[in-house]
Ligand binder design. Structure first.
Ligand SMILES: [Fe+2]
Length: 286
């Protein structure tokens, strides 16, 4: 089965949102939708999400699922906005509870915030299966970047979230709370055990000089050419490289707002007594 994948690249956050469908008028899933956020003003905008919605409406697609590969640290999720506009259920890996526990602590979340995943419509365990119309989908728990990361296999298409990037970019960082390089290596090898012809869709792209943004490759190409995890690279070599590289990386510009919103399934914290909703900045903590 070969689903059709329409992808939308957001240059501000280097995020790719994918719409997986079976043709005009079919059911679909939206993977990792972006809500635009301006840190300086604290304002949200919906241009990126509206592009996705316009495509879905033009194609007459029915949204069954809004799938999150993990609680992103570099953009706010547009899943609640698109759910209200188009329908569908918001789903994420069940280990989101671990992420909620960690970041609920970091941000000293309000007492009503529960680290039980109940903010999402569906929590997927490793190996869970679900349908998008006639298309069969499978969930693979692939921790390492975060404890809750999942990949989605839909027909011959694999949506890898923040595990693998394009072969010339490599892999995702592992230095966020709960991240672990050896765990990521094992998760990636599990993905690379899938058939060679599997189409691999990445969730971000940070194109090196000389090429534009790209998001589709294959298992065979990753095994042959991924600069961090191609065949022949050992777990120990990967961990050494990944750990050294992570020490050089700045935190994503939108980590502080993104995590607070995404651990709530894309919702803001409740309003304070003046009716305004606030996001916190922990000082000297991250
Ligand atoms: Fe991420």
């Amino acid at each position: 089965m070969t689903p059709i994948v329409e992808s939308f690249f957001d240059p501000r956050t280097a995020t790719v949102t994918h719409v997986v469908h079976g043709g005009p008028g079919s059911p679909c899933a939206i993977i990792d939708p972006v809500l635009d956020f301006d840190m300086a003003s604290g304002r949200r905008r919906t241009e990126s999400a509206d592009r996705v919605a316009a495509f879905i409406q033009a194609q007459g697609l029915r949204v069954d699922w809004l799938l999150e590969t993990h609680a992103h640290a570099d953009h706010l999720s547009a899943a609640p906005y698109l759910k209200e506009k188009l329908g569908g259920r918001i789903a994420i890996g069940s280990h989101i509870r671990d992420v909620q526990r960690i970041f609920g602590g970091v941000f000293n979340a309000e007492p009503a915030f529960t680290a039980d995943g109940s903010q999402f419509d569906v929590l997927f365990e490793d190996g869970a299966t679900f349908g998008i119309g006639a298309m069969d989908a499978e969930v693979l728990h692939v921790p390492g970047h975060t404890p809750a990361c999942v990949a989605f296999r839909i027909g011959d298409a694999l949506f890898v979230g923040d595990t693998l990037f394009m072969p010339d970019v490599g892999t995702a960082r592992c230095d966020f709370p709960g991240g672990d390089a050896a765990t990521l290596f094992r998760s990636i090898r599990r993905l690379l055990d899938l058939p060679d012809a599997t189409r691999v869709f990445v969730c971000h792209d940070y194109p090196p000089a000389g090429r534009g943004p790209a998001w589709e490759t294959t298992v065979a190409e990753q095994r042959r050419a991924n600069i961090h995890v191609k065949d022949g690279i050992s777990e120990a070599d990967f961990v050494t490289m990944r750990t050294a590289r992570d020490r050089t990386l700045d935190l994503p510009a939108l980590l502080v707002p993104s995590v607070q919103v995404n651990m709530r399934a894309g919702h803001l914290p409740p309003p304070e007594s003046n009716g305004v909703r606030y996001l916190k900045i922990p000082v000297d903590r991250l």
